[in-house]
Design a protein. Structure first.
Length: 315
C-alpha cells in the first residue's frame, strides 16, 4: 500500500513536472515569437527611417549642387556667357547675342543691408549737379565693414579715379548686379563666390566723393534701377519678396531698357548720330526737359550706349 502511494505520488510529480515544463516551453516559444515580431518591427522602422534620411540627404545634396552651380554661373540664362570684368554695364560694347526678355521676376527675399551701422541715406537716386546719380548713398565711416547684399560672384574689382573710386560689382543668381563704390579696401577678388552677409570690403572715401559713404547701386541687364524701388531703406527690407522688371516698349517694340516702376519711366539708349534734339522729338519732349531729367547741358556730348531718361513716368 505504501509502495503504491509512493509510486502514485512519484508519477503525479513527474506528470506535474512534465506539464510545467511543457507550459514553460510554450511560454518560451511565445516570448521568442514576440521578440522576433518586435525585432522585425524595429528593423522595418529603421529601414523606413533610413530610406527617408537617404531621400532627404539626396534632396539636400541636389539643392547644394544647384546652389553651387547658380553661384558659379549666376543668372547665366539672362546674361549668357557675358562676363565682362571692365565695364559696370556688361553690354556697353554692344557685343552680345543675349535675348532680352519682356519681363523677369526677381527674388529679393534674401536681401541684407550692405552696412552694419545705423542706416542713414545721404543722397538718393536721380539727377545731381549736372550728372545722373545712379545709386543711393549710405552713411558709413572709413574702415566700416561692407557686406554682400545677396549671394553671388564678384565680376569687377577695380578703381575709377573720377567716379566710383575703389569699387566692386557682384552678379547674383536672381538676375541683379550690385555695385559698391568709394571703398577703402577690398576683402574679395574677381571670380570669388560670396554669400549674403559676407564681408566684401571696407568703407571709404575714394574716387569722386566728398565724404565717407557707400555708393550702392542695383542693376539689371546693365541698366541702373533706383534701389529705393526695390528696397525699403527706412526699414532695410525689400518692398516685395518677388519683384518684376518689365522691358519698356516704345511704339510696341522692346527697348531693352527695364523698369521696376508701375509708373514706367522711359529711357533711350544712345546710338551713333543721336542728338538731344532728335531724341526729344522722338519722345515728344524738349531738350530742356531731357537736360533736367539727366543732369545734362544742351551742349553735353552723348556717348554711344548711354541711357537717356526721356520721361518722368506715365507711359
Amino acid at each position: 500500500m505504501n509502495i503504491r502511494l509512493i509510486l502514485l505520488a512519484g508519477f503525479t510529480t513527474l506528470s506535474f513536472s512534465a506539464t510545467v515544463a511543457a507550459q514553460d516551453d510554450d511560454r518560451n516559444t511565445d516570448r521568442t515569437k514576440l521578440m522576433d515580431e518586435r525585432v522585425s518591427e524595429l528593423m522595418a522602422g529603421r529601414v523606413i527611417k533610413t530610406d527617408i534620411s537617404t531621400e532627404k540627404i539626396a534632396t539636400l545634396e541636389e539643392l547644394l549642387l544647384e546652389e553651387q552651380e547658380e553661384l558659379l554661373f549666376p543668372a547665366d540664362e539672362l546674361y549668357g556667357s557675358n562676363w565682362d570684368t571692365r565695364w559696370v554695364d556688361p553690354f556697353k560694347t554692344g557685343n552680345s547675342d543675349v535675348t532680352f526678355p519682356d519681363s523677369c521676376e526677381i527674388d529679393c527675399s534674401s536681401f541684407l543691408l550692405p552696412i552694419t551701422n545705423e542706416l542713414r541715406v545721404t543722397s538718393k537716386y536721380g539727377p545731381r549737379r549736372r550728372r545722373m546719380h545712379r545709386g543711393i548713398d549710405l552713411k558709413i565711416q572709413v574702415g566700416d565693414t561692407i557686406r554682400a547684399a545677396f549671394s553671388g560672384k564678384v565680376r569687377i574689382r577695380n578703381f575709377e579715379r573720377r567716379g566710383y573710386g575703389n569699387y566692386l560689382v557682384i552678379r547674383h543668381p536672381n538676375g541683379l548686379e550690385t555695385v559698391y563704390g568709394h571703398l577703402s579696401g577690398f576683402l574679395v577678388g574677381v571670380n570669388d563666390i560670396v554669400h549674403v552677409g559676407d564681408p566684401i570690403a571696407l568703407g571709404g572715401n575714394t574716387g569722386r566723393s566728398t565724404g565717407s559713404h557707400l555708393h550702392f547701386e542695383t542693376r539689371f541687364l546693365g541698366q541702373a534701377i533706383d534701389p529705393a524701388e526695390i528696397i525699403d531703406f527706412e526699414n532695410g527690407v525689400p518692398h516685395k519678396d518677388l519683384y518684376v522688371f518689365r522691358n519698356v516698349k516704345i511704339n510696341g517694340r522692346n527697348t531693352n531698357i527695364y523698369t521696376s516702376s508701375t509708373n514706367q519711366m522711359v529711357y533711350h539708349r544712345v546710338k551713333s548720330g543721336d542728338t538731344l534734339g532728335a531724341i526729344a522729338r522722338k519722345y515728344g519732349t524738349t531738350v530742356g526737359e531731357l537736360c533736367r531729367l539727366n543732369g545734362l547741358k544742351s551742349t553735353s556730348t552723348l556717348r554711344i550706349g548711354q541711357s537717356i531718361r526721356c520721361s518722368a513716368g506715365g507711359v
